[in-house]
Design a binder for this molecule. Structure first.
Ligand SMILES: *Cc1c(COP(=O)(O)O)cnc(C)c1O
Length: 456
């Protein structure tokens, strides 16, 4: 009988995060000031982020120590289990061996608290009293609510109004953990009041919610802003996932041939694959493949150009070099809300551009079909985001069945779907729509890319 659940003792929770910037073949292109087109210095970020996170954002050190207080909180659910999906292998009749890291065991149910906890800690250390953020469906908002509670910080979450009204469960989680959750546009900020004046029934958008959260932080001395994906320091914090997985695979004498993960902003997948990609970048594992899985309704890596763009829909943030569909691109309303982002993490984009990573895109029905197969084989009902990675895993395992290859496949099971059952219901009742994006729609959005910066 194969070992199906590979555990680590608590003292094997990593003591340092892995910073892939130290091993890049060339440095990242710097963020640019949208007004001047000049690189922005760390000082420009000081009004909204604590100094320690700004330092991590630009650090070239390979290892960044994890504070003991953060490891103490990680201990609530880390190390997370690594599973071998033997029942899925059997169902697919594949000679491949499939492993997954299970991040759904955290209290909010996903990988997101790995960074939320670190961010709350550094803010607390620097005397910050309150954090603001935006949230769509609420995965990030609830993770930050959980993390701020543990370090006695206040938390204000601007939640897109339609989600606030239609998806109450994660709002209830946020309130249970003591955060204040406001439907955005709200009357709390100048920007929100202006939007409401023009349209009192505005359903809100992530762009509006980001603008409100940043304005709130920038106009209050004791308040900072927090982001749940995309930025270098967020990806850094997520590397606990891959560092643990590496040790767990060593225990059973395995190393992956190919790693899959879903990509919205890129944090869960980078967290799993960067510690392995270190071996590819340093020439030890040249054959290793890392494949990002994204929705065809928001095909950033597979159809977007690699160029400078704003990180947010409102056009407030510095310009980041990334694959992007244009910051004004509004993806169709697929159920994997966490994958509806116009860009991707600059680190992941650079590694993709330089050929160290690949990307694939899928429609939501085929994605849910694969996740249903997984649920019926392995039991876990995953988040619609995670289901994209499972589709890629199933396809790869079936290719191995044809060729007879005994590949080792690893993927990040980024979160459970127990608060996404409405999406599962829509799938089961055959009400899910597959959106085919016309090239024209992408071209239109790309016309509104910022002028400064230039593309490639
Ligand atoms: C938010 C979320 C994602 C997408 O975000 P990344 O930064 O790309 O990881 C993926 N899976 C789950 C479960 C999420 O909550």
């Amino acid at each position: 009988m194969e070992q199906t659940k590979i555990l680590l003792p608590e003292d094997e929770i990593p003591k340092a995060w892995y910073n892939i910037q130290a091993d890049l073949p060339s440095p990242l292109d710097p963020p640019l000031n949208p007004q001047t087109g000049e690189p922005i210095g760390p000082d420009a970020l000081a009004p909204i982020f604590p100094m320690e996170l700004i330092k991590q954002e630009v650090s070239q050190e390979r290892w960044i120590p994890i504070p003991e207080e953060v490891r103490e909180v990680y201990r609530l659910w880390r190390p997370t289990p690594l599973y071998r999906a033997v029942r899925l292998e059997r169902a697919l009749k594949t000679p491949a061996r499939i492993y997954f890291k299970w991040e759904g065991v955290s209290p909010p149910g996903s990988h997101k608290p790995n960074t939320a906890v670190a961010q709350a800690y550094y803010n607390m250390r620097e005397g910050v009293q309150r954090l603001t953020t935006e949230t769509g469906a609420g995965q990030w908002g609830s993770s930050l609510a959980f993390a701020t509670m543990l370090f006695d910080l206040k938390c204000t979450v601007y939640m897109v109004k339609v989600s606030y009204e239609q998806k109450p469960y994660r709002r209830i989680l946020m309130e249970t953990w003591g955060a204040e959750c406001l439907p955005s546009p709200s009357d709390r900020t100048n920007y929100g009041r202006r939007v409401l004046q023009e349209d009192p029934n505005c359903p809100g958008s992530l762009g509006i919610a980001i603008s409100e959260a940043i304005e709130d932080a920038a106009t209050h001395e004791d308040t900072k802003y927090s982001l749940g994906s995309v930025l270098n320091h967020v990806l850094l914090h997520q590397t606990v996932v891959g560092l643990e997985a590496k040790k767990q695979l060593e225990q059973v004498d395995e190393y992956p041939d190919v790693i899959f993960g879903c990509v919205g902003g890129g944090s869960n997948f980078a967290g799993l694959c960067f510690p392995f990609l270190a071996d590819k970048l340093t020439g030890k594992r040249p054959e290793l493949r890392a494949v990002s899985c994204e929705p065809k309704a928001c095909p950033t890596l597979t159809r977007g150009p690699y160029t400078y763009d704003h990180g947010d829909a409102a056009g407030l943030t510095p310009l980041l070099k990334m694959y992007t569909l244009g910051h004004t691109f509004v993806p169709p309303p697929i159920h994997a809300g966490g994958l509806r982002y116009h860009g991707d993490a600059p680190l992941l984009c650079k590694l993709t551009k330089e050929g160290y990573m690949e990307a694939v895109a899928y429609h939501q029905n085929e994605v849910f079909e694969a996740a249903r197969l997984f649920a019926r084989a392995e039991g876990f009902v995953v988040a619609p985001e995670t289901a994209h990675a499972i589709k890629a895993v199933v396809d790869e395992a079936l290719r191995c069945k044809q060729t007879g290859e005994e590949k080792v496949i690893l993927f990040n099971n980024s979160g459970h779907g127990l608060l996404d059952l409405a999406a599962w219901d829509a799938f089961l009742r055959k009400k899910l729509i597959d959106y085919e994006l016309p090239e024209k729609m992408i071209e239109e959005a790309l016309k509104r890319l910022p002028k400064s910066g230039g593309g490639s």
